[in-house]
Structure formats: C-alpha cells, structure tokens
Write a protein that binds this ligand. Structure first.
Ligand SMILES: NC(=O)c1ccc[n+]([C@@H]2O[C@H](COP(=O)([O-])OP(=O)(O)OC[C@H]3O[C@@H](n4cnc5c(N)ncnc54)[C@H](OP(=O)(O)O)[C@@H]3O)[C@@H](O)[C@H]2O)c1
Length: 237
C-alpha cells in the first residue's frame, strides 16, 4: 500500500488532498496545528489515517514529529508540504509570521523530506507555492516573496536529485485562486477553483511526477502574462 503525509491538512486544499488520497487507497498521515480538526478529519476518512499536530514554525520540534510520524507509519512514499498562511497588507509582525511559516517552516521540512527519501532511495515531495510567487505584489509583499522561495527551493531539490541521480521527484504545485478559508475574505478573486478540484489536480501532478503543476491548469495563461508584465502595470494590481 502507498503511504503519504500531508502537512497542512486541517482545512482547504490539504484536507481535500488527504480525503482523495485516502479514497485512492493511500494510508495517510495528516498534520497541522489544530488537533481537533485533524481528529474530525480522521473520523471521516475510511482507511488508515494517522494524525500528528505540529506547528511547522517550531522547526526542531516539527522535524522530530515528522520523523516520529514516518516511523509510526512504517515509512512513506510521498510528502506534501502544503501548510502556509497569507495575511493581506501585513505589518512587520504579520510578515514575520508569514516568513516563519511559509519560508523557514517549509524549508526545514522540505530539507527533512529530501534527506529521508535519499536514505530510503526514492520518494515524491510536493510543495505548494502560488501564482503569487511569480512576481512581487504590493498587497502581499512577504507572501509573494515566500512563495517565490518555495518554488526556487523545490527547483534546487530537483536539481540536487538529478545531479546525484536520486529517484526522488519534486513537484512544485502552483495554485491560482482556490476557495478555502485562506481566500474567504478576499473580494478580488477570479477563476476560483473548489478545493476538491484543486486537490485532484495536485494529486495527478504529483503522481505523474511533473516538475510543476498549475492548479487549475488554465492558470498557466495568467503565469505567462505575469512573467512579462511591466512594473507600471504590476503596481496597479
Ligand atoms: N487558496 C488559495 O487561493 C491559494 C492560492 C495559492 C496558494 N495557496 C497555498 O495553498 C496552501 C494551502 O492553503 P489553503 O488555501 O488550503 O488555506 P487553508 O485552508 O488556510 O489551509 C492552510 C493549512 O496550513 C496549515 N498551517 C498553517 N500554518 C501552519 C503551521 N504553522 N504549522 C502547521 N500547519 C499550518 C493550516 O492548519 P492549522 O491552522 O490547523 O495549523 C491549514 O491546514 C498554502 O500554502 C497556500 O499558501 C492557496
């Protein structure tokens, strides 16, 4: 049986990903800070579901907890690093929080996951970045920068796997807007996908070993435009 861990599985895209992987026969491990939501999800899932509450910004503790979860599952094939926060118009305290979770927390577990799969000889890692990571943004300065970090870090891991001839696939998931608690207060959204649809496309990108998975696929169009957008226009968004 295939086994997967989803970090950031209490709500939104991660929760749906956990449900769909379990439906596909995976034994799953789910992580997030809110234990009661993880327990609720565990009770809804048919099949084996392990839970581990963790705050990924507490990096040493989170790495130990991930190791312990992997151990109690008897090893895993896939780790999905989905946990993240966004705070529009954040002050420094908010920006620091974003960096601690989306950058430091993400990197500490991505590093751990890569080294784990190196030890066992193969595996799949997915990191959830964002279309927002393609360029800077005035409303979500730290968030955009944090997601650029995620995408670049994942590319680095992909290069490392290729250079060392390791059987580790690294997939950068790049969502546009998805209807989740993160976006529920945002008014200027478009082409918003359901979390269910986003999770389905995320899983198919990871399982097929893609380097990048735009979610949903039509966001490739927006990405292409964003990459060449002049600063005067970017500043108006
Ligand atoms: N929704 C969108 O439009 C959109 C677009 C592009 C990218 N994304 C990315 O997609 C990912 C999932 O977001 P979502 O939209 O599904 O939002 P969400 O429903 O708010 O989910 C975020 C998940 O991350 C977990 N998390 C947050 N901080 C954490 C921490 N310190 N330690 C452990 N877990 C933590 C949350 O659980 P707890 O709060 O229980 O810890 C929750 O399970 C994020 O990385 C986000 O940046 C979302």
């Amino acid at each position: 049986m295939k086994k997967a861990i989803i970090i950031g599985a209490s709500t939104g895209i991660g929760r749906e990903t956990a449900i769909q992987l379990a439906q596909q026969g995976y034994e799953i491990g789910i992580c997030a800070r809110r234990k009661e939501l993880l327990e609720q999800l565990q009770s809804e899932i048919q099949g084996t579901c392990h839970i581990m509450s963790m705050d990924i910004s507490e990096t040493e503790e989170a790495r130990e907890k991930l190791a312990s979860l992997i151990n109690s599952m008897g090893g895993v094939d896939m780790i999905i690093l989905n946990a993240g926060i966004g705070i529009p118009n954040a002050d420094w305290k908010g920006e620091e929080k974003i960096i601690n979770i989306n950058v430091t927390g993400f990197a500490s577990l991505a590093n751990f996951s890569f080294e784990y799969f190196r030890t066992i000889g193969k595996g799949c890692i997915a990191g959830v970045s964002s279309i927002a990571g393609l360029r800077g943004g005035s409303i979500s300065t730290a968030y955009c920068a944090s997601k650029a970090f995620v995408s670049n870090y994942m590319e680095g891991l992909r290069c490392k796997a290729a250079k060392e001839n390791l059987d580790i696939t690294v997939t950068d998931i790049i969502p546009g807007f998805v209807d989740t608690p993160m976006t529920e207060k945002q008014t200027r959204t478009f082409w918003s996908a359901s979390a269910k649809k986003a999770a389905g496309q995320l899983i198919s990108a990871v399982v097929s070993g893609k380097s990048k998975g735009y979610v949903t696929k039509r966001w490739v169009l927006v990405a292409t435009i964003m990459k060449v957008m002049p600063l005067w226009l970017l500043s108006k968004i």
